[in-house]
Design a binder for this molecule. Sequence first.
Ligand code: ADP
Ligand code: MG
Length: 342
Amino acid sequence: MPIQVLPPQLANQIAAGEVVERPASVVKELVENSLDAGATRIDIEIDKGGAKLIRIRDNGSGIGKDELSMALARHATSKIASLDDLEAIVSLGFRGEALASISSVSRLTLTSRTAEQAEAWQAYAEGREMAVTLKPAAHPVGTTLEVLDLFYNTPARRKFMRTEKTEFTHIDEIVRRIALARFDVAFSLTHNGKLVRQYRGVSESSQRERRMGAICGTAFLSHALAIEWQHGDLSLRGWVADPVGSKAITDLQYCYVNGRMMRDRLINHAIRQAYQDKLGNDHQPAYVLYLEIDPHQVDVNVHPAKHEVRFHQSRLVHDFIYQGVVSVLQEAGAETLPDVEP
Ligand code: ADP
Ligand code: MG
């Protein structure tokens, strides 16, 4: 076979292999786009675990008619323009790949209206060349992405989808994680026509704690120790469960770096170490932690799905987190010590 440039659809389907693992990955990418667009309300509708329908509607900035086709093109993004931007990412997206990838493995329509436009427009890409068709539509300011029949044209991927229930569980987990990242945004999640989750946007810290409890459960809430730890331009906020709580709670390790949800080994290790002799080897500390760091000090361009980061000064970050958690555990320990008569 001679060397040839792949047609756009096939190139996008290959890229989709890295980013669109299952319906939950579609939800993650689309909700992150809504957040990047400044949405304060995001409604997520799912049918049949996402295999039939994923619809995300937001009240963000919208996309102008002239830019709708670009939004569906690969390597097209409004979020970075230079290497300098890439080295200090402040948005959740930056690869310009999600919409192109998703639309190459589903029937995707993008409907959007900006505040400047009197009417909304809908875009749809199809065929090997992914030619975009535009037509007028009715929609308030903001964007709706509709993804029908995910993986209908990639049977190998479709085969890997699990039951409706399992796929929905993954979606639910992603939505909970994202809802924890942004207390100021209202989210709703509907499955097969039934409202499953609803989180109102909140601002005050007492309300935050209530919403955190709604997402993480009362066991975590009642054992949660609040952290506020600062050093230079590093800041760590959030909650860790005291050792008793951590022993009782499984699988609650939520961590965010500059608002991005992560599974980070370094952070997890630092926290574990802080609990060292307070938890046996069979237990993981439960936590919801938000690390804020100068975006120049962290590389998010490590993995296409963007759930890993690299810290330029990893030792410093590790020790900072360790110290923060140790100090809150010590404080809590001191409080619960029995009073000793002099
Ligand atoms: P990225 O998020 O990496 O830029 P995407 O493929 O996810 O790439 O999106 C492409 C572009 O489409 C974005 O840069 C943004 O300009 C626009 N876009 C996507 N979703 C939305 C949305 N919900 N609201 C406004 N603009 C959006
Ligand atoms: Mg994106």
